[in-house]
Design a protein around this ligand. Structure first.
Ligand code: SF4
Ligand code: SF4
Length: 282
């Protein structure tokens, strides 16, 4: 089952016409990374403490979808869709607004990510398995929590961490072996697949700032002052990326969800796990 799922996700991403800019053959996303978490991984229980009691477990979502007696969350299938090099490059040369390619990827590329979730659910159900995408389950909602600020009932990044795909960053992103510039997705199923081993030293080890106190380049890249050594100010980021940026270039680009992503480009973690600088190299 694992190889069938991997093949389905990879071929859909590489071949689908929906993974293409409207006016060219350029893809939004390159070949995805895929990982699997056990549905009963204790991490999902931990997230209720780390994020909040409102954050759902795979079992809660599955039972809500299929019924208390029947729903069984055995595996969480997770992926990250790396943003194409051409798009990353276009955003590198920006210093206040996202490039057109970046904004279109945030809007239409995320629509493609939704199609991928639907496609995988359909494929699994056709094969006789139970399957539900948390973001399309009817249970996903944003939450404003007094302790953690803006959050939601299911975090794709936290699911991806459970599935061994990477670690978190100073900028509140998620750094995989293909970097921080990507979109994440997940589907819960009762199909049994061996979980992917988490090989990272800790939940932040791919970020240089947490690894050895260096870097901090995302702090300088953020035009909104939303990143500091204390972390990421979600409110400031949202006001800028979905307020100021939308007002400035939304109409020009023809999309309402522009994102920003300057902190994800022209930084050492853009497209890989960054290396520490050797002593003496400045
Ligand atoms: S730019 Fe540096 S400090 Fe910021 S997330 Fe990437 S590795 Fe961490
Ligand atoms: S997305 Fe933009 S506004 Fe938000 S933290 Fe990154 S650079 Fe700053």
């Amino acid at each position: 089952m694992e190889s069938v799922i991997r093949d389905q996700i990879v071929s859909f991403v590489l071949e689908s016409p929906d993974n293409r800019f409207p006016d060219s053959d350029q893809p939004y996303f390159e070949e995805p990374l895929i990982g699997f978490a056990a549905g009963d991984d204790p991490l999902f229980g931990e997230y209720k403490k780390v994020i909040g009691e409102f954050h759902l477990t795979p079992t809660e979502i599955m039972k809500n979808c299929y019924g208390e007696q029947v729903g069984e969350a055995t595996t969480v299938i997770c992926w990250t869709l790396p943003i194409s090099e051409k798009t990353r490059k276009s955003n590198r040369s920006e210093d206040s607004m996202p490039s057109r390619e970046w904004a279109l990827t945030r809007a239409h590329g995320e629509h493609f990510n939704t199609l991928l979730r639907m496609r995988l659910v359909e494929m699994l159900r056709f094969a006789g398995a139970q399957a539900v995408a948390p973001l399309l389950s009817g249970m996903w909602r944003p939450v404003m929590d007094p302790r953690v600020g803006m959050a939601s009932t299911w975090s794709e990044r936290h699911a991806a961490y459970a599935a061994g795909l990477g670690t978190f960053s100073l900028s509140d992103g998620f750094i995989t072996e293909k970097g921080i510039a990507h979109r994440c997705g997940s589907v819960i199923t009762n199909a049994a697949i061996n979980p992917t081993r988490r090989s990272f030293a800790d939940p932040w080890s791919n970020c240089l700032f947490f690894r050895d106190g260096s870097c901090g380049m995302c702090i300088q890249r953020c035009p909104a002052g939303a990143i500091s050594t204390r972390g990421h100010d979600k409110e400031k980021c949202k006001d800028y990326a979905y307020g100021e940026v939308r007002n400035a270039v939304g109409e020009l680009y023809g999309v309402m969800e522009t994102g920003c992503g300057l902190c994800q480009t022209k930084v050492p973690c853009e497209s890989r796990i960054p290396f520490a600088r050797k002593k003496g190299n400045g």
